[in-house]
Structures are given as C-alpha cells and as structure tokens.
Design a protein around this ligand. Structure first.
Ligand code: AMP
Length: 440
C-alpha cells in the first residue's frame, strides 16, 4: 500500500487539498523526517495513459529535474506505484498569483517585481533549452515571501523535440496567452512564444484584465493575430512602449529577453541580481570567474542517489529511452579537479569548453559534424565534497560522434578517477583510487 491512513510511502503526512488540475490533485504534506512542508501532486497513471499524456508527464519530470532556480518550483522527488505517480514539490505557501489579480490590478512596482522574476526564470529555462509554452497567471505561484515560483511544466517542450527546421510544432497553451504564430500552427520558436505570454501576463498584472478578450473565439484569435488591444489610461508611456515591443505579432521583430532586461522600465526598482544565462558560450566563463560559487555543483539527496542505482531507477518509468545519449560517471575527486580535467580533455579533443551555472560544463565541437555542431553537457552533482556524479548528455549533434567523444575521449581521460559509470558501452566498476587530491 502506498498510502496508509494519511501517510504516503511512510515519508509524507498528507494534509488538505491545495488545488486540482485536469490530471492531478495537489495536497499539502509534511516530510515526516525533516518536518519540511511540501506539495504532493498526485497523478492517476491510467487517466494519463488513456488520454495519451504520458509523454507530457515524462517531459515535466525531466524538465523539472534539469532546472534549478529561485523562481522555479523545485521538484524534490518522484514516487510511483502501479497506479499513481507522486511528485513531492516545493510548497508555494502564497498560492496562485492569479488570485491576487482576481482582486484587481496590481501596483506598478509590485507588477514589475513579478515580471522581473518571471523573466529571470524564463531566461534560465531558455538557456537550458526548455520552453514553458503555457505561461499564464494560474501557473505562477507565490512563496511565503511573495516571491514568484513558476510551476507546471507539463506542457513545456525541450529543445530536443524541435523538428529539423528548428521550430516547435505542437499547438498547446491557453488561447488568451498564446502567441499569434502558435495559433496559426506555422511552427514557432518556443522562446519567442514565451516572451509573448510574458507580455500578456504583464498586461494582466497592470490592468486586472486580459488584453485580448472576446466571447467569440475566432474574433479573439483575430485580435491576437493583429495584436489589437488598448491600454487603460493608467498605463505609463514607458511600460506601454515595452508591452508594444513584446506584443509584436511578428515574432522576428518581437523584443528578446536580453533586450527586455536592458529596458529602462524593467530595470527600475530592485532588479534581482542574476547570473547571466548568456547563450554565447564565451561570456559564461567570465561571470563564473567572478563568482566561484556559481560553479558549485548541485547537491544530491539520498533519493537522487538511490534513484541513480539501476535497480531503483524510476526514470525508466517516465523518461524517453536513453538511446545511449547520456552516461553517468561517479568520480572520487573534488569538483575543482573534475572541472580542470574536463577542460583539459576538451582542449585535447579540440572542443570549446564553457562553464555554466551550478556545476554545468558545455563541450562544443569547433566544426559542424554530421548533424550540426556536436554539443555535450557535463553536469556535476556533489555526493560528498570529494565524491561527485558527472552526468554526461548529448545536447546537440550526431549520436555516434557523441559516443566517440564519450568512449574515446572522456572515459579514457577520466580513467584514473572514475569509480563507477553507467550508460554507453563501457560499464565499469573499479575500486576508488587513493584520494590524493582530497585536500587540494
Ligand atoms: P496544477 O495541477 O499544477 O495546475 O495544480 C493545481 C493547483 O494546485 C494550482 O493551481 C495551485 O493552486 C495548487 N498547487 C499546485 N502546486 C502547488 C504547490 N507547489 N504549492 C502550493 N499550491 C500548489
């Protein structure tokens, strides 16, 4: 039995119902060991299977595992039984941002704070190749300090699901917040579509109602297609200008996130200082050099570690088959040593290596391969300070070229420090080496 009384998996004490979506019920819960408040999202597997949404759920899991940000709702763990999937999520005590707007428009500086946090969260997602695609106030929750938490990645698409033309092709999302190019089903860029939704959200926060609204859906789509809307008289000229740049019906001319971040209205007040998520690889090492903490690997909890052991790995239940495009290497060295080693290996292989936030390194080929530029992410997770897990994943390019780099470059280069590895061809288990560099 997974729930005994109101105890789930002997780990969580379930409380009141927080909310209900189409496929999920969300309960307040308390971690019995730590006392931490969490939200447990319960999904009926059969219901999901029946409507063919299992891929959506799989995606939600892998996206949430990949993205860590103060304004993005964190997924702590995933549990599953034969019939149900349970997500233990960060508890957003402040409820939905939508409820605030339902009581009327927000003051300009409050709306700006939420908009800044939204743009920062979306920017990080985009830099990880993740597009939300269903941004709307209902998906924006608040914590106890009134900070924004973007939730519900159920409809998001990873960059990998792009077609060969590089555009997303699934039409989804809620009409009022959806970009014109999504409606016309011409294929669209997830980042441009998200920027549009952020513009609609900003309008709603400041106005208290939607910019595009009509009881006739066709008429509403027409208005969206032409970006036909009016500003209420309390909108200041500066914010009007910004919204017009965001709600540009032509995605090519629409303002980008870096430009929004430079905008004078956006920058007013307390803009949360954020690590840049610049996609240009070169610039990342600069900010990382300034702040060593950013390269600090993410910590793994016991569940993460257990779930990595093949016998307990729940991911097979949810994730796409791996197709040998990722591998996990357990390495008994400090993070700084691993980073240096990866940089050296990259150099030997003639690849560009750039450091990103939270222990992520990107290795990119200098020349086009069979399927474009080969790009590999190496993400370092801390198990103990001198024991790390390195998750190697192909993010672009040809799988055979990736496997060659993994098996003929990365594995041999890390040979003397690898303790255990999973994924790819060379499974191995060796005794840990003397940890000479523990004090380094
Ligand atoms: P969802 O199925 O994710 O749309 O969730 C349905 C509703 O449950 C949301 O609209 C929220 O009101 C509530 N909810 C979802 N996740 C959380 C959470 N982590 N903390 C607090 N409330 C939540």
């Amino acid at each position: 039995m997974d729930i005994k009384g109101n105890i789930l998996m002997e780990r969580y004490e379930l409380g009141r119902l927080l909310g209900q979506g189409t496929f999920a019920k969300v309960y307040y819960a308390r971690n019995l060991t730590t006392g931490q408040s969490v939200a447990i999202k319960v999904i009926d597997k059969e219901k999901v299977l029946r409507v063919g949404l299992i891929n959506q759920i799989k995606r939600e899991i892998s996206v949430m595992k990949r993205v860590r940000h103060p304004n993005i709702l964190q997924l702590y763990e995933v549990m599953a039984t034969k019939t149900k999937i349970y997500f233990a999520l960060e508890y957003a005590k402040g409820g939905e941002l939508f409820d605030k707007v339902a009581n009327g428009k927000l003051k300009e500086q409050i709306a700006r704070k939420y908009f800044q946090q939204l743009i920062n969260a979306v920017d990080i997602c985009h830099s990880r190749g993740v597009y939300h695609r269903d941004l709307k106030p209902e998906n924006l929750l608040l914590d106890e300090n009134e900070n924004l938490k973007v939730s519900d990645f159920g409809l998001s698409a990873l960059a990998e699901s792009k077609h060969q033309d590089g555009l997303l092709h699934t039409t989804c999302g809620t009409p009022a917040y959806v970009a014109p190019e999504v409606i016309t089903r011409r294929g669209y860029d997830g980042d441009k579509a998200d920027v549009w939704s952020c513009g609609v959200i900003l309008y709603v926060l400041l106005a208290g109602y939607l910019p595009f609204h009509d009881s006739n859906l066709v008429e509403m789509y027409r208005k969206i297609g032409k970006s036909e809307f009016r500003f209420p008289n309390w909108f200041q000229p500066e914010v009007r200008k910004l919204i017009l740049r965001i709600l540009d019906p032509n995605p090519v001319n629409r303002i980008t996130i870096p430009k929004i971040k430079e905008n004078s209205w956006f920058r007013k007040g307390n803009v949360t200082k954020e690590p840049s998520s610049d996609k240009a690889s070169g610039s990342c090492s600069t900010y990382l050099a300034e702040s060593q903490d950013l390269m600090k690997p993410s910590n793994m909890n016991a569940f993460d570690i257990i779930s990595l052991s093949p016998g307990f790995d729940l991911t097979a239940l949810f994730e796409e088959p791996r197709q040998k495009t990722e591998a996990r290497l357990t390495i008994c060295r400090r993070a700084s040593v691993i980073i240096t080693k990866l940089e050296e290996i990259g150099k030997c292989l003639g690849m560009k290596v750039s450091k990103r936030e939270a222990g992520l390194l990107k290795l990119e080929a200098m020349q086009e391969g069979k399927k474009g530029i080969l790009s590999i992410n190496a993400e370092i997770f801390e198990l103990t300070p001198s024991f790390h897990l390195v998750e190697v994943k192909k993010s672009n390019g040809d799988t055979l070229e990736y496997q060659k780099v993994l098996n003929e470059g990365l594995r041999p280069g890390l040979q003397d420090v690898i303790w255990n590895s999973q994924g790819g061809e060379q499974e191995q288990q060796e005794a840990p080496q003397q940890q000479q560099d523990q004090k380094s």
